[in-house]
Design a protein around this ligand. Structure first.
Ligand code: ARG
Length: 467
């Protein structure tokens, strides 16, 4: 779009004043406008610091602060005119401030550069977004715990290699997802702790000759610490990379959860039914109920990985300090924020909507051979080495497969045919309930172990509520 150029805030050294051919390319206002509140917070803290240090007058600082607050309200109301001619949100706000309060606006950028300004705004923005993401992770974890608690005695097959392996409690399976999300929660918390450092006062790269007080502005902005090295402060985006990798791992986790919802809701499994509000119909096949929400959670994981790789690649070849390439950090970060928030929110709703088909889950586990390990353990308890026991039960399974029987169909005599150590109580031993009840080891699937996990989960959620 031509004809947008107007006087640039940095236009002084340029003879040719027509940027209309490139300004839409270099501009970031169409995406970085979402930083307006955080940019304004940073500017207000900076102005207050400048006045406190007698670098600008109290009167100018007051005008700057009230001007910035009015601009924030104006942008909020959608009334501000933001323009590509002013490149990014930082310079648009400064231009609006100049229009509003005149020359005093020109003093705001004293002892500051857009390089420390944008790093400050991004850190403030992400700290807020992480708080929102932590709340959403908590909601999803709560939904998992609630489902586990209301169905704490439902049996189902546990899988390895997607083959039925050993009977488990469904609650145990759900809590596995809880604990994965628990580490995601901690990863975001950790990354927030490291990003909680103010870069404001680093200047363009080398610091400033003005007698600034970066500790003061950091405190005003709620940062816990200030940078140690001004070049590091404006150069690095590792705080974004940590965020993006935490987001990628979380998405990987909820993608796996989504995948299980898709599988379990299929007619072949028939373990669950998804609430109508979290499924869709087919435009051609009237009978269908598609698990779109779960599929899209799985599908959107890809773009989150992409965002991490985008920024890793943007950063890898950059000499210190700031380079314009770094403006490319924004869309990747914003997209990751939007994607993970949307996915977590809908995942919590999805889990809350599930109806569990207990009969189907339990009949599945009765029909299969997932009690085979317990039959082998039975022989081990009667003195046989495990390898030998494994072999004998393997023969039992082969016999059943040939005869179209299940373990639960075998008579005491049939068992005895494979080993004298099999007494009639083997029948009871291979019931799925018994198999589950027997797994009392730490973190195992017995009701006691699962209740203990539930207590850990509840305590964790309770601590969050209290803090
Ligand atoms: N819009 C820029 C960014 O996102 C702000 C920093 C610009 N600094 C500069 N020296 N051009 O990175």
């Amino acid at each position: 779009m031509k004809g947008c150029s107007m006087n640039k805030l940095w236009g002084g050294r340029f003879a040719d004043q027509d940027w209309s051919d490139s300004e839409h390319f270099t501009a970031s206002i169409h995406f970085d406008q979402r930083l307006y509140r955080h940019d304004i917070r940073g500017s207000i803290a900076h102005a207050r610091m400048l006045a406190r240090q007698r670098i600008i007058s109290d009167e100018d600082a007051r005008d700057i602060v009230t001007g910035l607050e009015a601009i924030r309200d104006e942008i909020e109301a959608g009334d501000a005119e933001l323009s590509a001619a002013h490149e990014d949100i930082h310079m648009n706000i400064e231009a609006l401030l100049t229009e509003r309060i005149g020359p005093a606006a020109g003093r705001l950028h004293t002892a500051r550069s857009r390089n420390d300004q944008v790093a400050t705004a991004m850190r403030l923005y992400l700290k807020d977004e992480i708080a929102a993401i932590l709340r959403l992770i908590t909601e999803l974890q709560s939904a998992l715990v609630a489902l586990a608690e209301t169905h704490d005695d439902v049996l189902m097959p546990g899988y390895t290699h997607m083959q039925r392996a050993q009977p488990i409690l469904m609650a145990h399976h759900l809590l596995a997802h809880f604990f994965m999300l628990q580490r995601d929660y901690e990863r975001f918390t950790d990354s927030r702790r490291r990003m909680d450092v103010s870069p404001l006062g680093a200047g363009a790269l080398a610091g400033t000759a003005h007698p600034i007080d970066p500790e003061f502005s950091a405190r005003e902005l709620g940062f816990s610490a200030i940078f140690d090295n001004s070049m590091d402060a404006v150069s690095d985006r590792d705080f974004l990379l940590e965020f993006l990798s935490a987001a990628a791992v979380t998405m990987m986790h909820i993608s796996r959860l989504g995948e299980e919802v898709v599988l379990w809701a299929s007619e072949e499994f028939g373990f669950i039914e998804i609430g109508d509000a979290f499924a869709t119909g087919s435009s051609i096949m009237p009978q269908k109920k598609n698990p779109d929400v779960a599929e899209l959670i799985r599908g959107k994981t890809g773009r989150t990985y992409g965002n991490l790789f985008t920024l890793l690649t943007v950063m890898k070849g950059l000499p210190l300090t700031y380079n314009s390439d770094m403006q490319e950090d924004k869309e990747a970060t914003f997209d990751a924020v939007d994607t993970i928030k949307a996915c977590l929110q809908v995942a919590a709703g999805l889990i809350g909507s599930l109806r569990i088909n207990r009969e189907r889950m339990e009949s599945t586990v009765r029909e299969d051979f997932s009690a085979a390990t317990d039959a082998a353990d039975y022989l081990v308890a009667r003195g046989l080495p495990f390898r030998q026991a494994h072999h004998i039960v393997g023969r039992v399974v082969q016999y059943c497969l040939q005869d179209g029987k299940r373990l639960l169909d075998l008579s005491p005599d049939e068992w005895k045919g494979f080993s004298d150590l099999f007494a009639p109580d083997i029948i009871d031993t291979v019931s799925p309930e018994k198999c589950v009840n027997a797994r009392i080891s730490h973190g195992g699937t017995s009701p006691e172990s699962v209740q203990e996990q539930m207590r850990v989960a509840r305590r964790e959620l309770q601590n969050r509520e209290d803090s």
